[in-house]
Design a protein around this ligand. Structure first.
Ligand SMILES: [Cu+2]
Length: 205
């Protein structure tokens, strides 16, 4: 039986007893008389029991509420922490270098394109080149990272990433983009790497 039910049982018993005692008092001349201590004890038990279970019931409700609150809090936490961590570091790294050609990449990306090779330094935060050149069209950077430090290479125009490889260590990956004539930036977007020197200019002409 729950504390709530017991509270009601004691409450109802108390009310019924009160009615019975008052009826008995009206009907019987010398009530409570010798039964007085018993009546007092009976009421003390009922009142004490009712009060006890009222308190216990209030505690139950409190516990239920805090459990609900905790659950709600956890759900909120889940929602707020589900977004992937994104660093704005790569955007800051972009200087004012790439402001020459304003051509729309898709409109004027016609051309043979080209493939260029790029590698990360095996031990330092650097690429082996700081400038890459290609014909307009589909430009592919074949990127090799011999280092145990994870790197990637992304192509940016005016601080906006156009394409990029995954971040990986000790491997080879390539990235392609349809590029119109202009000056682009290639960089490693791992926080701090472009600032340390993993950044260069990709000239398409
Ligand atoms: Cu890097």
């Amino acid at each position: 039986m729950s504390n709530e039910t017991l509270f009601y049982v004691f409450g109802i018993a108390l009310a019924v007893s009160a009615v019975l005692v008052s009826i008995a008092g009206l009907r019987m001349k010398d009530f409570p008389g010798r039964a007085f201590p018993v009546v007092v004890l009976w009421f003390a038990i009922l009142v004490g029991g009712g009060a006890t279970f009222a308190v216990l019931h209030a505690k139950d409700e409190k516990a239920e509420k805090s459990a609900e609150l905790e659950k709600a809090g956890k759900e909120i936490e889940k929602e707020t922490s589900s977004g992937p961590f994104e660093s704005g570091a790569s955007e800051e790294a972009e200087g004012g270098e790439a402001e020459e050609a304003e051509a729309e990449p898709e409109a004027a990306a016609k051309g043979p394109g080209g493939t260029v090779e790029l590698a990360a330094n095996p031990t330092e935060l650097a690429f082996d080149k700081t400038e890459l050149t290609s014909k307009p069209g589909k430009v592919t950077i074949e990127f090799e990272n011999p280092s145990a430090i994870p790197h990637n290479v992304a192509i940016e125009k005016d601080g906006k990433e156009l394409a990029g490889t995954a971040t990986f260590a000790e491997g080879k990956e390539s990235v392609s983009a349809e590029l119109a004539p202009g000056t682009y930036t290639f960089l490693c977007t791992v926080p701090g790497h472009a600032e340390a020197g993993m950044e260069g200019t990709l000239v398409v002409k």
